[in-house]
Design a protein around this ligand. Structure first.
Ligand SMILES: [Cu+2]
Length: 499
């Protein structure tokens, strides 16, 4: 063999070794990975695998300006579905197809979409323009159609700008025809921090936040909240001052009321639809048994109060006492509350500012929960790890992931790539001074080896959190902070399946 040939063989050998190395850590090193198409064959094949009942639920959702009655003489000009906030609940059975026609009647050529928060669904119906669909133009309609994949407590909202922090949200309940829980009644409880049409619009809020702390003197701050501190959240609790905290669209002086009988077991489905507020929730005079979070069952635990970040949901069972009880949502770190009432007897209502002692009792956060046996992920080698560093801060209002604000104009520029069939681990590393509720679309990951299955998790300041999931829903999926303002300035990333 002459020297040239020897060299060729050597190079070929190196080439093979090099290719092997590349394959083992494939993904980020490749400049232009070929990604699964949101409306391609892999997505269609996965949708076919979902167990369908063959039934279809048709609904129409009209997004339009509305004057909302928040109770107590408070009205707010906002945007809502069907003229009310929360919008009318959608309820169906698992396996049913939802066919929801969105009609965009928003003003000033505002485009919109609907994201079905927490549901594993076909990627092209996930409602994220421009990643999974074109945005729905003013005056236009778009029909979302997909098979519901798992029972649970979900909600829906636009995935365009700050529309979530207006009145555009509503609960979506997927029932289990073989529901294992026994209860007499249920109540869907939606929590929301409210500014729109009262002290300003969410866009005005963001404009002020964007000026950053440096650009403002204390006196001229209308929306930015300074010094909202929470021990539970290990520091800064939120950025935005809201004039109201609503429970089912009502202010605490004129609350929503659930009527029942003493001794009844009631399932509360709690949803935090807020933009910038974690709620500490308790029902005065009661303990709560936590049964689910983010739609998925957990090993039951008795608690006095729950901490619920934006985008999180909890289901609890309560056995009603005899009397009138406040269901209080304390805006964590913000010294303000929302309230609803549970009434099983006549008698006067508690004051709107009541703070039941349960708020300071045993407070549950997701880290203390364990997945129920039937939804725990089987242990398995992790194939793919992505480090997801949460970055930015209040000074420049430059919240981002891995130091880079997500660019909606170039949405597939630097995806976190995964492949169908992989066990994936996301390592959240929070390098900021604030907590972030991190939400993954299209999947319900698990916290660690035995923790709860969730799609939205609080990551504490300077904290770390590892979550695992099986890549079984091909497509292009957003991973983002569910603080509406953090997400809007770029605290988002794309998790994309390679073809
Ligand atoms: Cu955030």
């Amino acid at each position: 063999m002459n020297s040239i040939n020897r060299r060729s063989v050597l190079l070929a050998g190196l080439g093979v070794a090099g290719a092997g190395t590349l394959a083992a850590c494939s993904g980020d090193s490749s400049p232009t990975p070929v990604l699964v198409d949101p409306s391609g064959s892999a997505v269609a094949a996965t949708e076919k695998k979902r167990r369908s009942t063959g039934r279809t639920r048709n609904v129409t959702l009209t997004a339009a300006p509305a004057v909302l009655d928040l109770g107590g003489g408070v009205t707010a000009r906002s945007w809502a579905y069907g003229g009310q906030a929360p919008g009318k609940e959608i309820r169906l059975s698992v396996g049913d197809t939802l066919a929801a026609e969105l009609s965009n009647q928003l003003p000033n050529r505002t485009t919109t979409s609907i994201h079905w928060h927490g549901l594993a669904m076909r990627n092209d119906m996930d409602g994220v323009p421009p990643v999974t669909q074109q945005s729905v133009r003013a005056g236009a309609k778009f029909t979302y159609r997909f098979v519901t994949d798992a029972p649970g407590t979900y909600f829906f909202h636009p995935h365009v700008g700050l529309q979530l922090d207006r009145g555009l949200y509503a609960p979506l309940i997927v029932e289990d025809p073989e529901e294992p829980l026994a209860y007499d009644d249920e109540w869907v409880v939606v929590l929301d921090d409210w500014v729109d049409g009262v002290t300003g619009t969410p866009d005005e809020v963001l404009a002020e936040l964007r000026q950053g702390m440096g650009g403002m003197d204390g006196m001229s701050m209308k929306f930015m909240l300074m010094g909202a501190e929470s021990e539970l959240l290990c520091g800064d609790a939120g950025d935005v001052r809201y004039p109201y905290h609503l429970v089912n669209g009502r202010v605490p002086t004129d609350p929503a009321v659930h009527r029942g009988k003493p001794g009844q077991r009631v399932r509360l489905r709690l949803v935090n639809a807020g933009g910038d507020t974690a709620y500490r929730v308790a029902l005065g005079g009661h303990r709560m048994t936590v049964t689910h979070t983010d739609g998925f069952p957990v090993e039951h635990q008795q608690v006095d109060a729950l901490l619920i970040g934006m985008g999180e949901r909890y289901d609890v069972l309560v056995t009603l006492g005899d009397g009138v009880f406040p269901l209080v949502a304390l805006a964590e770190g913000k010294d303000a509350t929302g309230m609803a009432l549970v009434r099983t007897a006549s008698g006067g209502a508690p004051r709107a500012t009541v703070r039941p002692k349960e708020l300071d009792g045993r407070i549950l956060t997701a880290s203390r929960l364990r997945a129920a046996d039937d939804v725990r992920l089987p242990s398995r080698k992790v194939d793919r790890v992505h480090r997801v560093e949460l970055t930015g801060g209040m000074d420049k209002y430059d919240w981002a992931i891995n130091g880079k604000p997500y660019d909606m104009a170039d949405p597939t520029a630097s995806p976190l790539t995964i492949e169908e069939g992989q066990r994936v681990r996301l390592d959240f590393v929070n390098g900021t001074e604030m907590w972030h509720p991190m939400h993954l679309h299209g999947h319900t990951y698990q916290l660690g080896n035995t923790g709860p299955r969730k799609d939205t998790s609080i990551v504490l300041p300077r904290g770390k959190l590892s979550v695992v999931f099986d890549a079984d829903n091909p497509g292009r999926w957003m991973l983002h902070c569910h603080n509406a303002y953090h997400a809007e300035v770029g605290m988002m990333a794309l998790v994309a399946y390679r073809n």
